[in-house]
Design a protein around this ligand. Structure first.
Ligand code: SF4
Length: 193
């Protein structure tokens, strides 16, 4: 079983994001074993993050101050059976060690599932580095806007509760009901749902 592929009862931060967007989406991906299906928007975000990595790093330093990028880091929490790899992990005296995600969107506002992603990465960073994470950041492309996400103890506890709910849902084998139509319009699972 690999902690990075949602095998067995391991969950990834991507699972948390899908569950937060729509529980049915999470269920369909896991129950139909479609995690390898490339989600168009996720893939675009990742490609753009890689293509613009240098510019994004400059932006982060100009906004957060000079510091160090911890490259290639992947977090694993054996106790929570959760794993994930943020786009960037940055550290300096001012912000501590923080997760930074890159999103490709025409909107410049924080989506609820983006925030959950930052909360989940915060748990993994705390586990590995032993520091308290109280904020993270989202870089929105193509406008290169950096948005701050405040992370409270309650937010992190919410992720732990979500993980319990997600595992219960998979065990129940009961397909959750559909989400609001506007979400379906943006959802890659639409044709399977
Ligand atoms: S199409 Fe709609 S209901 Fe189905 S998984 Fe996507 S968001 Fe959820």
């Amino acid at each position: 079983m690999s902690p990075f592929t949602s095998d067995g009862d391991w969950l990834t931060v991507s699972d948390v994001v899908e569950y937060s967007y729509c529980p049915r989406k999470f269920y369909l991906i896991r129950a139909l074993s479609l995690p390898a299906m490339e989600m168009k928007k996720m893939s675009l975000g990742r490609e753009e993050a890689e293509r613009n990595a240098e510019k994004i790093e400059e932006l982060i330093k100009s906004e957060l101050g000079d510091g160090e990028f911890i490259r290639g880091w992947r977090g694993v929490d054996e106790e929570l059976r959760l794993s994930g790899a943020p786009d960037f992990v940055f550290r300096n005296e001012e912000v501590g060690i923080v997760p930074i995600e890159v999103k490709y969107s025409k909107f410049e506002r924080l989506e609820a599932h983006w925030k959950k992603q930052i909360y989940a990465y915060s748990l993994l960073i705390e586990k590995e580095f032993g520091n308290k994470v109280e904020r993270g950041f989202v870089v929105v492309l193509p406008k290169m806007k950096i948005l701050e996400v405040f992370v409270s103890e309650e937010n992190k506890l919410g992720i732990i509760k979500d993980l319990e709910r997600m595992r219960r849902m998979l065990l129940s084998e009961k397909i959750p009901r559909k989400s609001s139509e506007w979400k379906c319009n943006y959802c890659e699972m639409n044709k399977f749902c």
